[in-house]
Ligand binder design. Structure first.
Ligand SMILES: Cc1cc2nc3c(=O)[nH]c(=O)nc-3n(C[C@H](O)[C@H](O)[C@H](O)COP(=O)(O)OP(=O)(O)OC[C@H]3O[C@@H](n4cnc5c(N)ncnc54)[C@H](O)[C@@H]3O)c2cc1C
Length: 607
């Protein structure tokens, strides 16, 4: 496992050319976040991620977090010190609300920093990222008293937050949650029950852990309409803000798992000694609604993990391919073997990784900047359009990018040959770590269902149609560039046309035969990701071409001509060689459920 190098030029290119960082800084809310300051913060934080967190990735995997007989979880050597430095530097607070001590920067900046943190160590990143999710929830739905008690310390990273949703019988279907909350008579609630798979449910990084717990109050309606959300701190908090008594909750075990071994995955027991003290957030039975409001940012954070881990795997694969010598490349001197990077098939693997990584980054940053615009654009119609776009892009960002995270870390391993399969190179860890991201924060199957059942039908299909129209409108700009991007133009047109056909089918079948739309949901989501990625990379090629024409070697704020020509080459590879997969996905979308039920899997007998 080699050092992580933050890809600052690539990040900056997307921020400036696709995510309109300059436009964002003109909004009143972000006047203090001028592009120069933002880029400086990103560079400085990237150095921290690379120098302080990156070196812990390996020990995190080999030692992992451990549970002692006293119920205490010890994180791997170096984690606690690195976390303290992370919190002291305020890296987790840059985009959090200023009224609670945050920097008030755009969410886009938090997303860039999350990308670099998860590349440095995906396991480490799960703690601060969950804390940001919990802060988001309390900022939007906590009472002023709750916010005053908990938020400042969480924003400072002195305390960390968790999400306690899952139970043995309630995974994808949270309507089955059984944890109970009964009034304690003094305005607080008495919580009893067990939660499983709770990330950083117990640890030694911070002084207090603020659990957000889903539970049922007496006489709650069945299903998701009867779920409430509670704050259940590990230590109760005295009126003066100091830590009080230990609450009645404990970690009873942690999981031994495939990857992210430094991230403790805890079974949490609440109320073994009578009941843990909890504080109701908002109104009873509204817990799922509150959870949904923070899901856009939480799911985007998990989608980012796909990008982050793929970027780290790409960096290792590229270095290895430049050093490892095998075989003689066509045209190379006969005297010595060539670096494997000279072989077309290895180049195909590397370019596939690079192109998907750039498409993912463009998609994720587009979603992130839309979150900022939805919150702070002065025009109400624009805010609403951006909110709709975020709703549409969120399941795609989460599922497409995390599926690719697994595929690309696997390709990275393949570049290493046998050395990829042995643990000492460290690249196997990337593949193992990446595998959780398609599962948690709503499995990718559930994301695909969300896309076809809830998101595509938004505004009678108007939201997805608006996006398709934007993609089609790029054709004129591509045509104006002429021959240089002619291949990109025709391949993108084919991809967008396949997506339009698939969307029309999903819209009509979703109403007539929901099972048909559900059967096509996963290939449809993939098709969406591929085409949106292609559209954004075509825009990236257009921007690079324009900068080359206008600015010569200093175009793009420090980007040199080689860098810009590589942007065009990567976009061409993606659109001309990866995007045509859409033609194969279309029949899988429109096949309907019939073929899936022809084999009677429900009654199938093995042997
Ligand atoms: C390492 C790790 C960390 C985690 N961290 C947290 C955490 O911090 N907090 C927390 O609350 N939870 C956490 N989880 C739990 C995680 O969110 C769940 O595992 C996930 O939501 C899936 O639930 P499940 O495991 O019960 O799978 P199931 O719901 O049993 O799903 C099994 C399979 O069936 C599919 N499926 C289920 N229902 C449907 C349906 N209606 N239609 C189509 N397909 C369906 C799923 O897509 C999946 O492929 C974590 C899990 C792990 C492994």
């Amino acid at each position: 496992m080699a050092d992580y190098v933050p890809p600052l030029r690539d990040i900056r290119f997307v921020l400036e050319q696709l995510a309109d960082l300059h436009g964002l800084s003109k909004l009143e809310a972000y006047e203090h976040a001028d592009p120069g300051t933002v880029l400086g913060v990103i560079e400085e934080s990237g150095r921290f991620m690379a120098d302080v967190v990156g070196p812990l990735n390996r020990v995190g995997d080999t030692v992992g977090s451990t549970l002692g007989g006293d119920g205490k979880v010890t994180t791997p050597p170096g984690f606690s010190e690195a976390y303290r430095q992370y919190a002291d530097a305020g890296w987790g607070a840059v985009s959090l609300p200023p009224e609670f001590g945050g920097g008030g920067f755009p969410w886009l900046v938090a997303v860039v920093m999350q990308e670099m943190l998860a590349s440095a160590s995906m396991a480490f990143s799960t703690c601060p990222v969950l804390n940001q999710g919990a802060i988001d929830m309390l900022t939007q739905h906590g009472s002023p008293g709750q916010q005053a008690t908990f938020l400042e310390k969480m924003v400072r990273g002195e305390w960390t937050g968790t999400m306690n949703l899952t139970e043995t019988e309630a995974g994808s279907d949270l309507g089955l949650v059984r944890t109970k909350a009964v009034p304690a008579g003094d305005g607080t609630w008495c919580i009893t029950g067990q939660k499983i798979f709770i990330t950083f449910g117990e640890h030694d990084l911070a002084g207090n852990i603020i659990h957000l717990v889903l539970a049922r109050v007496p006489d709650a309606p069945p299903g998701t309409r009867g779920i409430s959300c509670f704050i259940v701190p590990k230590y109760l908090v005295n009126d003066d803000g100091s830590l009080g008594a230990r609450n009645d909750l404990r970690c009873v075990s942690i999981e031994h798992k495939l990857g992210i071994r430094a991230s403790p995955t805890c079974v949490m027991s609440f109320g073994d000694a009578g009941g843990a003290t909890g504080y109701l957030i908002g109104e009873a039975n509204q817990g799922m609604r509150y959870m949904f409001t923070m899901m856009n940012t939480a799911r985007l954070s998990v989608g980012l993990q796909g990008l982050s881990i793929a970027e780290r795997a790409y960096q290792d694969a590229l270095r290895y391919a430049q050093e490892r010598k095998q075989g003689r490349a066509v045209g190379a001197p006969a005297s010595a073997p060539s670096p494997i990077v000279e072989h077309p098939d290895v180049r195909r693997m590397l370019l596939t990784m690079k192109a998907y990584i750039e498409a993912m980054r463009a998609t994720l940053y587009t979603t992130a900047v839309s979150i900022d615009l939805a919150r702070h654009h002065p025009d109400r119609a624009e805010r609403e359009a951006r909110r709709e776009l975020v709703d549409l892009l969120t399941p795609i960002s989460k599922a497409w990018c995390t599926d690719l995270g697994v595929e690309l870390t696997s390709i990275g391993l393949q570049v290493h040959g046998g050395m990829g399969y042995v643990e000492e190179t460290g690249v196997a860890q990337y593949l193992r770590d990446s595998r959780i991201a398609p599962i948690y924060e709503g499995t990718n199957g559930i994301q695909a269902i969300d896309l076809v059942i809830r998101k595509v039908p938004m505004r009678g299909g108007g939201v997805v149609k608006d996006l398709l129209a934007q993609m089609e409108a790029l054709d004129r700009e591509l045509a104006a560039v002429g021959l240089e991007l002619a291949g990109v133009r025709s391949a993108l047109a084919n991809g967008v046309s396949a997506l339009r056909e698939a969307t029309d089918w999903i819209m009509s079948r979703g109403l007539a035969e929901p099972n048909d739309a559900l059967a096509g949901a996963t290939p449809y989501l993939r098709l969406c990701g591929l085409v949106i990625g292609g559209w954004l990379l075509a825009r990236s090629a257009l921007a690079a071409s324009r900068l080359l024409r206008d600015g010569g070697s200093d175009a793009g704020g420090g980007s040199d001509a080689i860098f810009l020509r590589e942007k065009i080459g990567t976009a061409r590879f993606y659109v001309e060689q990866l995007l045509p997969q859409t033609a194969g996905l279309l029949p899988a979308v429109t096949a309907g459920a019939g073929p899936l039920f022809q084999v009677d899997l429900s009654r199938a007998v093995l042997g």
